[in-house]
Design a protein around this ligand. Structure first.
Ligand SMILES: Nc1nc2c(ncn2[C@@H]2O[C@H](COP(=O)(O)OP(=O)(O)OP(=O)(O)O)[C@@H](O)[C@H]2O)c(=O)[nH]1
Ligand SMILES: [Mg+2]
Length: 344
């Protein structure tokens, strides 16, 4: 899963990327023009707690890849290379500038509108061409009908993600890699003296019109926190009246945006988070661990995280009737602790 950090030049993408990954990619308007890639662990207090309870040899968090996609040459438009790079992403985070930083007054609402319009325009070009062809050859009326719905949506300046497509329809469109269909989150990169303050009302309204979740974040401030050792970090945050860096909330929001849930495994060797698509059955989820488990699936033994947190051991969960045996079609829930039984 690759999450693209996107937006116009100078909006604060590389700074955010550095804060998230702890890397040190060169910042500044125009940047290096290269895509930066970085992998991060998804912070999860449940995994921390299971580690405390199991004292395992190792702990493995869910992982996510971030790609910092430079804004390109134009300050308020996207060139074909940039669009091509965005097309490769599974989900997008648009950064809009809320700080001055020597670039002049920020116009976050305009940036949001212009960027969304660019995505829709690029999709419209792809869609129009395809509909024209499908109308000529008439061999696939269902697909034509779907594409015509997309065309109508895009012609009305609306994103495909707001069309209410179901999973099958999305799968039918996957080859086009439509930009406005990708799950998306908005980051408002704040000035340092604004850190911790609310998002301006006009931007809140604009984000709501696009149905985008918005997170305020001061990239340069977050990068500073990321550079501290854990103890200083805690003291620094407490001073500011915060319990965690905004980057933690951001990573968790990005994870939710991908419509992933986490099931967990625990034992003396390993405590581990396994991200799977929401709605996965026990068998489908077991594939994340190993295809042999799915093939030889017998049952899943499940304890919910809340029960494990409360009773502290598998044995105590059993005694209190909080140990469930589930079959292959059970829909795995976020926070389930699973132990799979299988034949090899
Ligand atoms: N005050 C403030 N300054 C920031 C913030 N984020 C970035 N900056 C500054 O703004 C300038 C541009 O930031 P970058 O992160 O390089 O911008 P970018 O979006 O990667 O730009 P391109 O790579 O050209 O697309 C740098 O000088 C940063 O130090 C922020 O959240 N607050
Ligand atoms: Mg950059």
């Amino acid at each position: 899963m690759k999450i693209g950090i996107v937006g116009f030049a100078g909006s604060g993408k590389t700074t955010l990327f550095n804060a998230l990954t702890g890397m040190d990619a060169p910042t500044g308007f125009g940047g290096t023009g290269k895509v930066n890639l970085g992998q991060i662990s998804v912070p999860d207090a449940r995994i921390d707690r299971l580690t405390e309870l199991n004292n395992p040899k190792r702990t493995v968090y869910a992982e996510m890849t971030f790609a910092d996609v430079p804004g390109g040459r134009g300050a308020q438009s996207l060139d074909p290379q940039t669009l091509g790079r965005i097309r490769e992403m599974d989900a997008l985070v648009q950064v809009v500038r809320g700080f001055d930083g020597g670039q002049g007054d920020p116009h976050p609402v305009t940036e949001l509108n212009d960027f969304q319009a660019e995505l829709i325009l690029a999709d419209l070009a792809v869609c129009e061409k395809r509909v024209e062809r499908l109308r000529k050859d008439r061999s696939n009326p269902n697909h034509l009908a779907l594409m015509e719905r997309c065309l109508e949506q895009l012609s009305g300046d609306a994103a495909l993600r707001d069309l209410g497509l179901d999973e099958d329809e999305k799968a039918d469109l996957s080859a086009y890699a439509f930009l406005s269909l990708k799950p998306m989150l908005l980051v408002y990169s704040q000035a340092e003296d604004e850190a911790g303050k609310e998002v301006p009302a006009d931007l809140v309204k604009a984000a709501a019109d696009y149905h985008l979740e918005i997170l305020p974040l001061c990239g340069s401030f977050e990068a500073e926190i990321a550079g501290l050792d854990p103890e200083d970090q805690k003291a620094f945050l407490a001073d500011m009246g915060l319990s965690e860096p905004a980057s933690t909330r951001f990573i968790q929001a990005a994870f939710r945006m991908l419509d992933l849930i986490t099931f967990m495994t625990q034992g003396p060797d390993e405590v581990r988070a396994w991200p799977v698509r929401r709605g996965s059955t026990a068998v489908q989820a077991s594939r994340a661990i190993h295809s042999d488990i799915a093939r030889g699936f017998i049952r899943a033994e499940v304890i919910s995280y809340a029960d494990m947190d409360k009773y502290k051991s598998e044995a105590a969960c059993k005694q209190n009737g909080c140990f469930r045996v589930e079959g292959r079609d059970y829909i795995v829930q976020d926070g389930d602790i699973c132990h799979y039984r299988f034949n090899i």
